[in-house]
Design a protein around this ligand. Sequence first.
Ligand code: SAM
Ligand code: SF4
Length: 350
Amino acid sequence: MNPPSEPATEPAVLLDAFGRRAEDLRISLTDKCSLRCTYCMPAEGLAWLPATAVLSDDEILRLASVFGGLGVRTIRLTGGEPLVRAGVAGLVRRLAGLRPRLELSLTTNAIALADKAEELARSGLDRVNVSLDTLDRAKFHTLTRRDRLADVLAGLAAAQAAGLSPVKVNAVLMRDQNLSEAPELLAWALRAGYQLRFIEHMPLDAEHLWTMADMVTADEVLEVLGQSFRLRPVAHRGHAPAEEFEVLDGPDRPGWAPAPDAGHRVGIIASVTRPFCRDCDRLRLTADGQLRTCLFGHAETDLRGALRAGATDAELAELIRQAVRAKPAGHGINAPGFRQPERPMSAIGG
Ligand code: SAM
Ligand code: SF4
């Protein structure tokens, strides 16, 4: 694997027109999924990408190497559900062999994590983010259309035991379904030693059912949590999408005992009501090899086409630089005329 051959004077950074440096790359390994979360995709699934359209392991390695040579420092594997792809641990091992060494993490629904966590950790995976919206089996079944809560909890425990830490848990709250469960989720996460973050529902659902009025806002989440916990904002945020809050006091209930290493924090990722576009350092590579500089944008750069047409590393690097230069200032969700992207979250890579 050759690093991109660049002129010696070219700095190894990806700067956009607004002075932001792109250092974090999300790579979608597949658009398929083992769940059918109601806020993400329909019960019958979606029109999946044909296998030939999906980047091979070799192609992902080649592109990751080019991105690494351009100053990208972290790679998050995602999807769809990344663990439905065959051979993820092998891919992780190869990614971990790239130099400079990239930090490697994975976003997963954890259905298949119990069996794979240890091998993934041995292969060089550094951390996982697990998506879990409820601890109630029936509610989980309704929200994901699959009765698999026990598998997710086992996956979380396996990730922690394998040292894939800090284990982060991401939850999307829906007003009529799990909003009232937010304090219980936080108490559970603190006790177990997982870092919980609540994510605002974004206009990225496959069925385009999202509305601003239905969305649970960060303010609402804080209000519900405030009924059970005393929270204090943590000042420094950097490029992290989550606003963090220190949990000062917990619920006065039997069994309340946060784990000592839990950090006693909770995060809120409020992409809609408190956008963090000014600090965005992200890029996304879809499973079919399209580079996106904004989750909500419409522009894609066809890296797969260039790769398969025989582009050199330097040519791929130039395509990436051009795309990053054109990264929009912000997502514009709150602006009149906002148009939801054609691809849903599961097909872009969350
Ligand atoms: N399948 C994996 C999972 O669920 O973790 C990875 C992909 S999933 C698209 C990544 C994250 O996006 C999950 O935490 C999920 O809850 C979240 N998500 C999906 N659709 C969303 C939406 N419309 N708004 C906000 N978050 C969403
Ligand atoms: Fe699958 Fe993740 Fe979408 Fe749920 S949120 S349907 S787990 S891709």
